[in-house]
Design a binder for this molecule. Structure first.
Ligand SMILES: C[S@@+](CC[C@H](N)C(=O)[O-])C[C@H]1O[C@@H](n2cnc3c(N)ncnc32)[C@H](O)[C@@H]1O
Length: 260
């Protein structure tokens, strides 16, 4: 995957490739990250890259000419790449979208600053917008870094063991199961016996069950618009009856307590 990043701070975004998994991916040529800075195209002494918005109001916008010139340079370097504008108004980034993006050979990420980018430039140059979530960042750089990290993990050969991406949260649409390492006994809490059994079938079942139960408890929205398999359905039903029993026992105990 070749990433092009159009940003006033491209060196910052490039830093995402300086550590850990992404550093190795860069070294092995699995990914590349190239920055394109609108400031390099500024003609005046102050190297201006912002401009006033029509209609007044607070804040500035990215200047059209310099942003467009940096985009044109990125498009020449990465001719197959769609242009993705990081914006709070875009499609929310989730693992499904990450998977779609990981299938592309090239991506240009446009990071806005100030109050954003002229609407006509977005309409003409941008293929789609991606949001990190319902909050406002000062610029698109952190969004570009998050996207590069999440997408690169799915590119074959980037992770040492591809299976670890497949078992991550959301990859099979459920949250990941809990994980344990040594010691077996930590402050009196022991690692579940099944994980020490060496029985792969039972371990897989346990992990699936944990992932589904966690999703039910923490992210019920993951069950919306989803048809459950027979196995998933029976895990949910068993979990519900366990929860119900626990609450009945709790209520019973509460009843036994003296009134104050
Ligand atoms: C201060 S924001 C501008 C916000 C814009 N006025 C709005 O309310 O839609 C500056 C830049 O940060 C980036 N940005 C802000 N919030 C973001 C988010 N949730 N996801 C992705 N990018 C974001 C965008 O590139 C945006 O152009």
């Amino acid at each position: 995957m070749k990433y092009g990043v159009v940003s006033l701070f491209p060196e910052w975004v490039e830093q995402v490739g300086q550590f850990g998994v992404l550093q190795r991916a860069l070294e092995r040529g699995k990914i590349s990250i190239e920055g394109f800075n609108p400031r390099d195209h500024a003609m005046d002494n102050h190297r201006t890259v912002d401009d006033r918005p029509f209609g007044g109001g607070p804040g500035m916008l990215m200047q059209i000419d310099t942003t467009q010139a940096a985009l044109a340079q990125a498009k020449t370097a990465l001719p197959q790449a769609p242009v993705v504008y990081l914006s709070p108004q875009g499609r929310k980034l989730d693992q499904r979208l990450v998977g779609e993006l990981a299938r592309l050979p090239e991506l240009i990420l446009l990071a806005g600053r100030y109050e954003g980018i002229d609407e006509r430039l977005v309409a003409e140059q941008v293929d789609f917008e991606v949001s990190l979530g319902d909050y406002v960042l000062s610029g698109g750089e952190l969004g570009a870094m998050v996207l590069i990290d999440a997408v690169s993990r799915l590119i074959p050969g980037v992770l040492g063991d591809q299976a670890s991406a497949e078992q991550d949260s959301f990859s099979n649409l459920w949250l990941d199961c809990p994980h344990y390492t040594r010691p077996v006994d930590y402050h009196g809490e022991t690692v579940p016996e099944v994980l020490r059994s060496g029985h792969h079938g039972r371990i897989e079942q346990w992990r699936l069950r944990q992932g589904i139960e966690r999703s039910w408890d923490r992210r019920p929205d993951l069950f919306e618009r989803r048809t459950l398999s027979q196995t998933e359905l029976s895990i949910v039903n068993e979990h519900l009856s366990t929860l119900e029993k626990a609450s009945t026992t709790r209520d019973g105990k509460d009843d036994e307590k003296p009134d104050h």
